[in-house]
Design a protein around this ligand. Structure first.
Ligand code: GLU
Length: 421
């Protein structure tokens, strides 16, 4: 069974999350298997000519979770730890995320096991183009639409768009989202995930009668999502007291200058060596700093049974996908001192604006950044209100409420369509 091929800690975690919610929703056995299992999983060899002349064989993956309401949608990740099982879990989370936000997409995720930090621009381009070519039979603007994720960016999307368009013989901007503006990208897409995180943190601060002014924020991960979330919260008056990336973190209880750190990271590709005033801390120590808002914005499975008891925040805003293990989650759900903004809600801003980009490309009619942001906040607000209401009405943990909304809509769509043949 496909299930056996996908086994990995992240996949087991996604399945356990699903089962808990399916029990609550009382989804019948036949609907359950159909709603949970990914529809398709692809593994491709990606031979790539390296700068020294030798050919390196990379492995690429794509998992398309379901195609019941529209094309599948989700990022492409370049990272040394990418596996089929990880990508499958990320595809499931994409499905529930899109469904919760009311987007007409199933979830997907892809990746190539590689270390983009050690590759030249030419090597990255050749690997990306070959992967896109290998994927051509399985993708399309109405089949599967990719976007950036960890280790990929606008340039990678531009190469994918170009490769697909050369194959079609005409420009097809709607084949990927998160493209450069010059190729039909959307205003505000790059900032959308971080902007959404900051918006929701502010809404929850309001809900808890806390002020954003002076709120102490710690952010793990300083990529596109973490850095923009930090910058937005800083703009709203929050004090960013800790940030980190793969090289480690900086802590200053008086607040860090986020804009300077962003400039430094843009120049050096890392926070390492920055002269910003503060104590140097490990990623593990960073997660345990006392703060009001903790934002894990890096990899999955960072909050574990080992450190969950030591987390000292009022709001846990999951900007990363799957940052909390099941064991840690079982502790968190008992801790009413922590208010959780679950990943499928917290980081949905990215895919919401990806949807806007796809719509703009399909109709060749483009919106201003103000229009994009306004629509983004409306869509996020609706999802947030629905999750709050679901949690209140059924006395549910915020994660269960969010997943119950996402999963129940997919189950309903499948049930109404019926089983073919
Ligand atoms: N990679 C992002 C995510 O995990 C965005 C996906 C997209 O925009 O399609 O949500």
């Amino acid at each position: 069974m496909l299930d056996e091929l996908l086994q990995s800690p992240a996949y087991v975690m996604a399945c356990q999350q699903y089962d808990r919610v399916a029990d609550f929703l009382d989804i019948g056995q036949s609907e359950r298997v159909r709603t949970k299992m990914p529809k398709r999983a692809f593994i491709v060899s990606v031979p790539t000519r390296m700068d020294d002349g030798h050919t390196e064989m990379f492995t690429g993956y794509r998992v398309q979770h379901h195609l019941s309401v529209g094309p599948t949608k989700g990022g492409l990740r370049y990272h040394p730890d990418v596996t089929l099982g990880e990508v499958a879990a990320l595809a499931m989370w994409m499905s529930w995320k899109c469904s919760l936000s009311g987007l007409p997409y199933g979830g997907a995720k892809g990746g190539i096991t590689c270390d983009p930090r050690k590759m030249s621009r030419g090597e990255l381009e050749r690997m990306t183009r070959r992967f896109t070519q290998e994927m051509i039979p399985f993708i399309g603007p109405h089949v599967d639409v990719m976007a950036p994720d960890l280790g990929t960016n606008e340039q990678v999307m531009a190469w994918m768009m170009d490769t697909y368009s050369m194959h079609e013989g005409n420009p097809v901007p709607q084949i990927v989202t998160g493209k450069p503006l010059s190729l039909g990208g959307s205003a505000g897409r790059r900032e959308a995930t971080g902007r959404g995180v900051a918006y929701l943190v502010n809404r929850v601060l309001d809900h808890l009668n806390m002020k954003s002014e002076g709120t102490r924020v710690v952010v793990q991960g300083f990529g596109n999502v973490g850095s923009i979330a930090a910058q937005q919260l800083y703009r709203f008056g929050a004090k960013i007291i800790g940030v980190s990336d793969f090289s480690g973190g900086i802590h200053n209880p008086n607040g860090l200058n986020v804009n300077k750190l962003i400039d430094y990271a843009a120049q050096h590709g890392t926070l390492e060596g920055s002269q910003e005033d503060g104590d140097r801390v490990t990623n593990e120590q960073l997660l345990q700093l006392e703060c009001d808002v903790l934002v894990p914005a890096a990899l999955e499975r960072q909050i574990t049974e080992k450190n969950v008891g030591k987390i000292r925040c009022r709001i846990l805003a999951e900007a990363a996908n799957g940052p909390t293990t099941i064991e840690a989650d079982n502790v968190l759900r008992q801790r009413d001192d922590i208010f959780l903004i679950p990943d499928v809600l917290c980081n949905a801003g990215g895919v919401i604006v990806s949807y806007f980009e796809w719509v703009q490309d399909l109709q060749s009619f483009f919106w201003t950044e103000a229009e994009v942001n306004d629509k983004l906040y409306r869509q996020l607000e609706a999802a947030y209100q629905q999750v709050l209401q679901m949690a209140r009405k059924n006395k549910l943990y915020m994660r269960d409420a969010a997943l119950a909304l996402g999963i129940s809509r997919i189950a309903l769509a499948k049930q109404v369509r019926g089983l073919f043949p």
